[in-house]
Design a protein around this ligand. Sequence first.
Ligand code: AHM
Ligand code: MG
Length: 338
Amino acid sequence: MSQKISLTRYLVEQQRIDGHIPPELRLLLEVVARACKSISQAVNKGALGGENSILGSAGSENVQGEVQKKLDIIANEVLIEANEWGGHLAAMASEEMDNIYLVPNRYPQGEYLLLFDPLDGSSNIDVNVSIGTIFSVLKKLEGHAAVEESDFLQAGNQQVAAGYCVYGPQTTLVLTVGDGVAMFTLDREQGSFVLTEENITIPADTQEFAINMSNMRHWDEPVKRYIDECLQGTDGPRGKNFNMRWIASMVADVHRILTRGGVFLYPWDKREPEKAGKLRLMYEANPMSWLIEQAGGAATNGRQRIMDIQPAKLHERVSVMLGSKNEVERVSAYHSKL
Ligand code: AHM
Ligand code: MG
């Protein structure tokens, strides 16, 4: 790319030239990107952050009963503080908050709802492995003056923007507003995100899968069959060898898939049968599914397109299989044969 295109310019063009996004949504996305820059700074400091290290546990649990890390809480606060006063939002919801967060009365109210996992891949924070922020944007339901949790309970196909920021060797923001997927790399000297990849497409076929193999004995038959056939390589029915990667940060695994293809699975398993899965539908699976679909891939819970699932609650969990289209279709077909 001869001339550098900043995220700001990309969004202005999405608004002005293509009419894809209204000005308030552009502002919202700029604010989220700004918050991600601050989170990236905090992540970079690690053990050097503040008087005490910002690594380690915060000594509390979130609504899902998971131990919160200090950086989970810092990232959550950064996103709230950046977004609450701009006038573009009505409310926010986060993995780290039990209930929705209403924009305080002292600030103007907007039409949008922002959902996020402030720091995904928390188990990787202390070990200096890539982590990220995932976000999804919905519109408030019309005719509702006061926002309630029920306003958030919209299927993923209602999203108006979705993305993530991965804090890895580079800090990269990946975004869709329904017009393909674009990637922006943080230029630390300039302090801005620069467009580095547009119209991302995922190859329909792949020879790489991502799954936590230690859960194998708990999977149900379709997932076992799919992975078992991959593992048989050239000797098995697939007739080709597969490679495996598992970073344990969905952002980093999805980023690899958007970059070179692959399939990611965090399926339902028998450990806690009443749980639909580990990952959360509204602020993990839905935004990632939309990015993957916008890049030509597919995303399913095995039986249904993830983005068509009607959520029943804010922190709902879901079984996730996403990535290269032909692989996702294959694993779906194995589920329908049950
Ligand atoms: P988190 O939101 O608490 O960080 O959990 C989500 C993460 C995903 O990023 C990742 O794919 C998965 O949990 C890893 O789980 P496991 O530790 O079971 O491999
Ligand atoms: Mg998380």
